[in-house]
Design a protein around this ligand. Structure first.
Ligand code: ACO
Length: 325
């Protein structure tokens, strides 16, 4: 028998303010709905209101996931928050969420791997559970990315949104193969030599400001499908699975064209790909758990099915996770 991290529940939270592409144009961004939809598939995004912080969104998503799992905050002994937009430089947003949930035991920390953050956080929580360091973990991807956007840069400000998604992991038992329920396998990569293609031009340790998002969109796009399909191939090969073992692809929601390209490479029909980018835009670390939550909530993803999550982000972090629901 082996220890498995069973996905006991998931939840999501989107701020109430919905901003359409036309709203952005009306606010003075030199763009059109047609351009954004055609290049990215994005039709709208949610933005946090003033005073609404990443930990506020994260806490609501965590509460929803705990409710779905039938657990209370008192059961939680690990909280991992993946975010690029923490409430403060320190303490971690995870400790803020811990306090808001009323949890006083266990441990809590943030993970910063930008758009791959959720897969990284899920991997860290899975490792802790399999090592016996935690029994019930809440893993959250949460972002208020709107605060990093430069409204004068139309090549980036139309692409991102705010939100949070969460899953509850519980220690369980399996026989050690891909028929088990829970996290079957994860893989992570990074390539810091590509730092300058997607970054924020500020920081406490460099400029003393928090800066704005900068991206060489073409270069990111050029790398994305190739590098994402590499991690998918790696995780399938490692588990001796073919692509048809995947019931659902729940990819990072950056751009519809990137997701379509990946699904095509995997020969996965669009009906088996969860797509929320049109409504949420790119919510970075929050995008996978938000998409997962949407497809569980509407009954598409069912218990026992195999889900493949994959992501790529700044620092050219990449990752994939295979999870049997
Ligand atoms: N509205 C209208 N026109 C625009 C806009 C806009 N918002 N942004 C750029 N343009 C114009 C450009 O100025 C340019 O005009 P020009 O030809 O007169 O110079 C024209 O549109 C084409 O610009 P490109 O940058 O070449 O457009 P491209 O087809 O590459 O699409 C995009 C840009 C959508 C950013 C694309 O490169 C992309 O999707 N890249 C991937 C980026 C991504 O998803 N990043 C997310 C983070 S990483 C991750 O999560 C995987």
């Amino acid at each position: 028998m082996v220890v498995r991290s069973i996905l006991a529940g998931c939840g999501g939270y989107l701020p109430q303010q919905v901003v359409t592409n036309n709203d952005l144009a009306a606010r003075g961004v030199e763009t059109t709905d047609e351009w954004i939809v055609q290049r990215t598939g994005i039709a709208q995004r949610h933005f946090a209101t003033e005073g609404e912080t990443t930990s506020d969104l994260a806490t609501k998503a965590a509460q929803a996931a705990l409710t779905q799992a039938g657990l209370s905050a008192h059961d939680v002994d690990l909280i991992v928050v993946a975010t690029t937009t923490p409430d403060n430089v320190f303490p971690s947003t995870a400790t803020r969420v811990q306090a808001k949930l009323g949890v006083t035991r266990g441990f809590a920390f943030d993970v910063q791997a930008v758009c791959s953050g959720f897969v990284y956080a899920l991997t860290m929580a899975d490792n802790a559970i399999r090592l016996g360091q935690a029994k019930t973990a809440v893993v959250i991807g949460a972002e208020t990315l709107s605060r990093l956007l430069d409204w004068e840069d139309r090549t980036t400000c139309v692409l991102f949104g705010d939100g949070a998604g969460a899953v509850v992991l519980q220690a369980g038992e399996g026989q050690g193969d891909a028929t088990d329920r829970g996290i079957i396998s994860t893989c992570l990569h990074a390539d810091g030599t590509q730092y300058d293609h997607l970054y924020v031009d500020g920081g406490v340790g460099s400029t003393g400001t928090f800066g704005h998002m900068r991206m060489d969109g073409r270069e990111v796009f050029r790398h994305a499908v190739q590098r994402l399909s590499e991690v998918v191939d790696e995780i399938l090969e490692k588990n001796k699975l073919a692509a048809d073992a995947i019931d659902w692809l729940v990819p990072h929601q950056a751009n519809q064209r990137i997701i379509d390209g990946l699904a095509k490479k995997l020969h996965l029909p669009p009906e088996r790909v969860v797509m929320t980018v049109s409504k949420h835009a790119n919510t970075s670390a929050a995008s996978i758990p938000l998409a997962l939550n949407a497809a569980v909530a509407d009954g598409r993803i069912q218990k026992g099915q195999m889900v493949l999550m994959d992501a790529m982000g700044g620092g050219f972090t990449r990752g994939a996770a295979l999870v049997r629901m």
